[in-house]
Design a protein. Structure first.
Lengths: 579, 382, 294
């Protein structure tokens, strides 16, 4: 007869021992594992910002931590939060459920709320810092400088103009990107100990050969030469290049474009030009040779321009400009039609023979693209009209890298930042024995080219390179756990009022809107401590530690039912068979 | 204090004197007198506690058991159908070793319907593990309730005090009601070693393996056995304090009896007079009253009936196919007796029929003339 | 939300519930919200099996395994005894299954509600007698397969909330595991009310509903979103408050994911949809009409 331990004075059986000694974990044949993945927004962001993480922190009210999270991968949250074309929102999984998460407004909110805080940037210790020169203090150059400084190197940044910023300072208008914001961001970057030399034009004030004293050089001169239309009479005073127009306004000059302005082009520069001209009192027509659908400008900007009274004329291309006796100009436009081509991404505009349109204006401003001034650079580094991103220089010792608008890539602020980061990592790698290709494939964020600086720093320090994570798609999200909700609509100054000056048009999220927006994020692939797995485990085998970001499962008692994996709305838990 | 009250009211007085704070009950004729009296005192504040007016007797017993396990003294009362409905919970109470005290007014069980005295309702529950007392009159009922609390709270088994419908429950007599201070001295405060404890959370009465179940039943049997001795001692103490004692059995004029009548409950009162009269007529007849039925006081009965050759047990009940239940128990208890007495089973009073002195005389004469063993029950109709 | 820092889990692992058991999730959430100063009453049902075999128990509070049909009066007895002892800050919770509430336990629950004894009664509804195999109860929905209704249940599920509302008890609520914050919020609210509180909790059962073991929380969410099991509270039997605006998904979303409804014909699904819509309208009307009352 078995003997059970109990107190002799008890008259009825009472169980006091816990069932925890019974290992019900042996019942099951599979167990849950925490598998973080990449959200599609994180893959689409050229800078590879850990978006799910920063939104989670913002949702918790931890704005400094949210800022520091963004700063690990992107030194310009305030800028991007205002002018980025937000590819993240286009691929946001929530698009397929109701509306995309407001990633871009949240990035701006995080910057705006932490303006008075000094975030911790933690440059890595470096026993053998190299000296690196960077030419051009635009977004690419400043980003490269930032990341090199985080890697512990000594950076000297040469800028031809009297102030840094490049297109951010001299191109984008104040009403889209206030100079205050830019100043704050540049201050933060330079605060890492980067030496900035303004008013130094390499090729004029400093020969390019003089750069050979550095261990490496990063060339990011940008694209600042407005492209000509290629039609006769183009050098009239009445015709301005858009990039120069914007430059003059951003230099504080009082510019008077005239009463009637025609803008040629369909990109962001054209929109900036048109909207600036409106503010200077002009009535503006934008002429584009394709239709609205094919315009490369950010769709928000097109809408803004439209609301501000900019008129659009599509499928016309200028063919002749004549100066009239009354000091106006008459522009002759050829009507175009679109022909779809299977080889090209965008349909081709084809002239309609004999069909023309005439317009009269006080000014014609062209914004049909910007070219790169490569006259000061050795031929060996140029391929077609673009810089080759990696090579070594004339003396065989100084390594040369290039990035930003000057190399052949999509032209946007965030892509420039991304190329600055890639160059900084490449430069750092070039001084080690590590295989760059291998390293890049380990630190990639998804497969669209973004890289993780955090992963690089970790691997560089510990020697441990983690497998890059896969991307979570919409069908892997358990949308049952989300109630449908609307995105916050962007608030802006009344278009009539906004035209009176160059004040910032959008006012950013209110605190409750920011909270609402943050809570809409599915947090694809990143645990945001929703506690579903904890609540829904019948065994109580899941423990969460949001402070130290640890999730533990008690395998001695987990029966492998799979509920936590199914109930994780963001695909962070995966069931794996045990042997 | 002497009051002219019914048996039911006497029971209610006992409950009040024992300061029982939790009473759960459901009305059924002829128990309602107890229930209503207690309600009256609860309303006036004379009883400090909570009266649970449950929707059935089954729930009343459930509440008593769990309240007892929480650590308070409890009481319920019922009869016939109500007791039958409680059956499941009677087993449960004994298994939980809770000292619940219940007054059962013995009433016949349907079908067919009636409200009259019959002992079958409580005797049907003899296997449930409850201590059972059968009371002759209202005074004894009052005193037995007080004694039962003392006994039950010592051995940790529930106790049932039985009184017959109308003959005892509604019969008015002058009854001596003890003083509160005396009862307080006699009855220690309630305590239960196995009550719920927040500081040491346990799972009470879980599923157990067979051997463990057997072990707990074995332990309970030992406790039940000890009741014979405990109740005798308690009764002696009660006599010392209050001047009244009953014993667990009571022999009356047994010394040279040739025929012994065995009774329980109110029939005993009638039998006392009948036996006295017969003795005066020269008949050598005696009477044995059985008060404690569970545990059946085998040793005491064997001792008392030594040398007696003819025993006539009068049962106010019939177990169909088995006979009178007191007789069955007595025959089982006497099976090893070297006297090999003839034990006859008489069924009288079933369904509340009147057991008059004439009926008892008839039984005595019938038993006297018989000389052969006779197993089947002998029904005595008036 | 009651987090582990505020209150540990009082349903300890190592219990013998089926993998993925919705009832275990439900009990765990309730006990966590109740806290340590609780005495629980368990009856023979799946929760009795979960409790464990001597000498081990998974319950972290004193628990009493009473008989099947008397969860409510057992708990009431404890509550009244605690009141007598002056310890009525200790809560009493009675757990019973749907069989022990809708069928055999209905009478005793009614008696306790009539007396308004101070207990919290939680009905863990997995819509059949699951502990004894899978047998039909009066909580089994129409047309469902069970072991004793192999061609589908000809009966219709009783509306236990309306039965309780007819007792005018101070607080009743529906809850389900898929909405853990709502569930725990209601438990905490009930703790602060004196009298008989009733929680009707839907707990999906993978074994009895013929579903894979990982689907229980989702099924309970779908039950709410299809209006089959709306989340609402009733105060004093008169004031109805709807807690969650459902997405009004079609009933198939919920039904056809379960093996016990796999055999449903179109007509049956339509009938279920019609009944669900009708009940939902009635509930909305009650909520609307009673919104001014206290």
């Amino acid at each position: 007869m078995k003997v059970y331990a109990e107190s002799p004075e008890l008259m009825i059986p009472i169980s006091f021992e816990s069932t925890e000694v019974i290992e019900t974990g042996k019942w099951g044949f599979q167990k849950p594992y925490t598998t973080s993945m990449i959200a599609p927004c994180e893959e689409a962001c050229p800078a590879g910002i850990p978006i799910a993480t920063f939104i989670y922190l913002a949702g918790e009210g931890k704005f400094r931590e949210a800022l520091e999270t963004i700063l690990k991968e992107n030194p310009f949250p305030g800028v991007c939060g205002r002018v980025c074309f937000h590819p993240c929102e286009s691929v946001c999984n929530r698009n397929q459920y109701d509306e995309a998460v407001s990633v871009n407004p949240l990035e701006r909110y995080v910057f705006d709320t932490t303006m008075d805080l000094s975030p911790k940037l933690n440059p890595a210790p470096n026993t053998d810092p190299k000296e690196i020169a960077i030419v051009g203090a635009g977004p690419a150059g400043l980003s490269c400088a930032y990341f090199l400084a985080l890697l512990g190197h000594k950076v000297t940044l040469f800028e031809a103009r009297k102030e840094p910023g490049g297109v951010l300072r001299w191109g984008i208008p104040e009403f889209r990107l206030p100079k205050q914001v830019l100043k704050k961001e540049i201050q933060r970057i330079l605060g890492l100990g980067i030496e900035l030399k303004t008013g130094v034009r390499v090729g004029k004030d400093l020969s390019i050969e003089a750069l050979s004293q550095f261990d490496a050089v990063f060339l990011s001169p940008g694209a600042s030469r407005g492209i000509l239309l290629g039609i006769e009479d183009e050098n009239l005073i009445k015709i301005w290049r858009g990039i120069d127009f914007l430059n003059r306004i951003n230099s504080g000059e009082q510019v008077r474009p005239g009463k009637v302005v025609v803008v040629i082009g369909g990109g962001n520069t054209a929109m900036d030009v048109a909207r600036s001209a409106r503010r200077l009192g002009s009535s503006v027509t934008v002429a584009y040779r394709r239709t609205k659908k094919e315009m490369p400008a950010i769709s928000d900007e097109i809408e803004e321009a439209d609301q501000e009274g900019v008129r659009f004329e599509f499928l016309i291309q200028p063919v002749k400009i004549k100066l009239l006796k009354n000091r106006k100009i008459r522009i002759k436009f050829q009507r175009m039609r679109l022909r779809k081509s299977s080889q090209e991404k965008r349909p081709r505009p084809i002239p309609i023979k004999g069909s023309f349109v005439m317009m009269e204006a006080d000014r014609l401003i062209t914004a049909v693209g910007e070219g790169v001034d490569l006259s000061w650079i050795p031929q060996a580094l140029i391929e077609k009209e673009f810089l080759k991103p990696m090579s070594s220089l004339w003396n065989g010792k100084t390594k040369v890298f290039a990035g930003g608008d000057a190399i052949e890539q999509h032209r946007s602020v965030v892509t420039a930042i991304s190329s600055g980061k890639r160059a900084a990592i490449s430069i750092d790698l070039s001084f080690t024995e590590m295989n760059p290709e291998e390293v890049f494939s380990n630190i990639r964020v998804g497969s669209k080219g973004a890289l993780s600086m955090e992963a690089y720093l970790r691997g560089r320090q510990t020697g441990i390179w983690e497998e890059p994570k896969g991307v979570v798609f919409y069908d892997q999200i358990n949308t049952l756990f989300f109630a449908p909700s609307e995105r916050v609509k962007k608030r802006r100054i009344d278009p009539g009022k906004s035209l009176r000056g160059f004040s910032e048009v959008h006012s950013g999220l209110l605190p409750e809107e920011a909270e609402h927006s943050a809570l809409r994020c599915f947090s694809c692939g990143t645990c945001n401590y929703c506690y579903n797995c904890y609540f829904f485990c019948p065994e109580g085998a899941v423990t969460l530690d949001p402070v130290n970001q640890i999730r533990t499962v008690d395998f001695q008692h987990c029966k492998g039912c799979g509920t936590c994996a199914k109930a994780c709305p963001r695909n962070v838990v995966e069931m794996r068979r045990e042997e | 204090m002497r009051e002219f009250i019914t048996g039911n009211e006497a029971v209610a007085y006992a409950v009040k004197l024992c300061r029982t704070p939790l009473i759960a009950a459901y009305p059924i004729t002829p128990q309602t007198g107890i229930y209503e009296k207690l309600s009256e005192w609860e309303a006036s504040g004379e009883i400090k506690g909570i009266m649970m007016r449950t929707e059935s007797e089954h729930s009343a017993m459930a509440s008593c058991i769990s309240a007892s396990l929480t650590g308070v003294r409890t009481f319920t009362a019922t009869s016939s159908q109500g007791l039958a409905l409680m059956h499941e919970m009677l087993h449960f109470a004994a298994g939980c070793r809770v000292p619940v005290v219940m007054a059962n007014v013995n009433r016949l069980l349907a079908a067919p319907w009636g409200f009259w005295a019959d002992q079958l309702d409580s005797l049907s529950q003899r296997d449930t593990g409850w201590i059972q007392f059968y009371c002759e009159n209202g005074q004894e009922a009052l005193d037995t309730v007080i004694q039962s609390y003392r006994i039950a709270e010592q051995v940790y088994l529930p106790a049932m005090v039985c009184l017959e419908a109308f003959f005892v429950s509604h019969f008015m007599e002058p009854i001596d009601i003890p003083e509160q201070e005396e009862v307080d001295l006699f009855l220690p405060p309630f305590d239960l070693p196995h009550k719920f404890d927040i500081e040491r959370p346990g799972f009470f009465v879980p599923v157990v393996p067979s051997e463990l179940y057997r072990k707990y039943k074995h332990m309970a049997q030992a406790s039940m056995d000890s009741v014979k001795e405990v109740s005798l001692r308690v009764d002696q103490e009660f006599k010392k304090m209050f001047g009244r004692g009953y014993g667990i059995i009571e022999p009356i004029m047994l010394e040279d009896a040739e025929v012994v009548i065995v009774t329980a409950g109110s029939i005993t009162s009638t039998a006392r007079i009948t036996i006295k009269r017969l003795r005066e007529g020269g008949k050598k007849v005696g009477l044995l009253k059985i008060r404690l039925f569970r545990p059946f006081p085998v040793e005491a009965i064997q001792e008392t009936l030594k040398g007696k050759r003819k025993i006539a047990v009068i049962d106010r009940n019939i177990s169909l196919g088995g006979g009178g239940i007191f007789c069955q128990e007595l025959r089982a208890g006497m099976v090893h007796s070297s006297d090999h007495p003839l034990i006859y089973s008489y069924i009288a009073g079933v369904g509340g029929t009147d057991v008059t002195p004439e009926v008892i005389e008839k039984i005595v004469f019938d038993a006297t003339r018989r000389n052969e063993p006779s197993d089947p029950p002998i029904w005595v109709m008036e | 939300m009651v987090l582990p820092e505020d209150q540990p889990n009082l349903l300890r692992p190592g219990h013998s519930a089926c993998a993925g058991c919705g009832l275990a999730i439900g009990m765990k959430l309730v006990l966590q919200a109740m806290g340590r100063k609780t005495i629980a009453v368990i009856v023979p049902s799946c929760e009795g099996a979960i409790g464990g075999v001597y000498p081990n128990t998974s319950y972290g509070v004193p628990t009493f395994h009473s008989a099947f049909e008397i969860a409510a009066p057992t708990a009431a007895g404890i509550a009244n005894a605690l009141k007598i002892l002056g310890k009525d800050e200790i809560q009493v919770v009675a757990f019973a299954g749907d069989g022990g509430t809708f069928d055999i336990g209905l009478q005793s629950l009614s008696g306790v509600a009539k007396n308004n004894d101070d207990i919290l009664y939680v009905c863990l509804d997995n819509e059949a007698y699951m502990n004894t195999g899978i047998q039909v109860s009066s909580a089994t929905p129409s047309f469902a397969w069970t072991g004793t209704t192999p061609r589908g249940n000809p009966g219709r599920k009783k509306n236990i909330m309306e039965i309780m509302a007819a007792h005018y008890n101070p607080y009743s609520a529906t809850a389900t595991i898929g909405f853990p914050q709502d569930l725990q919020h209601k438990i905490v609210k009930a703790k602060g009310i004196r009298g008989t509180k009733f929680i009707h909790m839907l707990v999906p059962c993978p074994t009895g509903w013929r579903t894979p073991p990982d689907l229980s929380p989702e099924l309970s969410i779908l039950a709410v979103e299809t209006n089959i099991f709306p989340l609402y509270e009733v105060e004093g039997g008169r004031r109805y408050i709807i807690n969650h605006e459902p997405r009004a998904l079609p009933v198939q979303e919920y039904l056809l994911r379960q093996g016990r409804f796999k055999h449903l014909t179109q007509e049956q699904i339509q009938q279920i949809q019609m009944e669900v819509d009708e009940e939902w309208e009635k509930l909305k009307n009650r909520a609307r009409k009673s919104s001014g009352k206290r």
